[in-house]
Design a binder for this molecule. Structure first.
Ligand SMILES: Nc1ncnc2c1ncn2[C@@H]1O[C@H](COP(=O)(O)OP(=O)(O)O)[C@@H](O)[C@H]1O
Ligand SMILES: [Mg+2]
Length: 159
């Protein structure tokens, strides 16, 4: 589903709404040019889970981890990758990425396209692009099953 935001705060709010459907083990790949708002989206997602740590792009460390809470108040770990600077897949192997994807947390991956075939098929995609005017962004979210089939648009759910 495609939505439009007109400020960073609106993007965060949209991400918080999006986050309601997420469960442990889910993977969210974030795509978009530098400055499009991937990290703002990550912030909003973390806010929904009550993360208190400062959410920033982990550009230099590649990975940040935050501690949040699920609906039942149990701890929920959130792993936040930024693969912008990754030059080869070997760096991703060095990071031990599989360990995080298979863990009981939620993984957000900025520049997920750098993972190529290592990016799990079962995931959410969030594509952010610049709108026609300053501060406007177009945000498209999609959900795929374990065979990579596109499922229903992700904002339409009841809870
Ligand atoms: N509608 C919007 N959504 C998200 N960010 C916006 C929006 N309008 C302006 N911005 C600004 O754009 C920048 C996005 O930065 P960031 O989220 O770090 O981008 P990325 O992680 O994609 O490189 C921030 O400075 C933010 O304040
Ligand atoms: Mg970023």
């Amino acid at each position: 589903m495609k939505q439009r935001t007109r400020s960073a705060a609106e993007t965060q709010a949209l991400a918080s709404t999006f986050a309601r459907q997420l469960r442990k083990g889910d993977i969210v790949a974030l795509y978009g040019d530098l400055g499009s708002g991937k990290t703002q989206f990550a912030k909003g997602l973390c806010a929904f889970f009550g993360v208190r740590e400062h959410v920033t792009s982990p550009t230099f460390v590649l990975l940040n981890r935050y501690s949040g809470k699920d609906a039942a108040g149990k701890e929920l770990l959130i792993f936040h990758f930024d693969l912008y600077r990754i030059k080869s897949l070997s760096e991703i192997y060095d990071l031990g990425y599989e360990e995080f994807f298979s863990q009981d947390g939620i993984c957000m991956i900025e520049w997920g396209e750098h993972l190529k075939d290592l990016l799990p098929l079962q995931r959410y995609d969030v594509r952010i692009s610049f709108g026609g005017v300053e501060e406007e962004r177009i945000i498209e979210t999609e959900k795929y099953d374990s065979s990579g089939r596109l499922l229903t648009t992700t904002m339409q759910y009841t809870q």
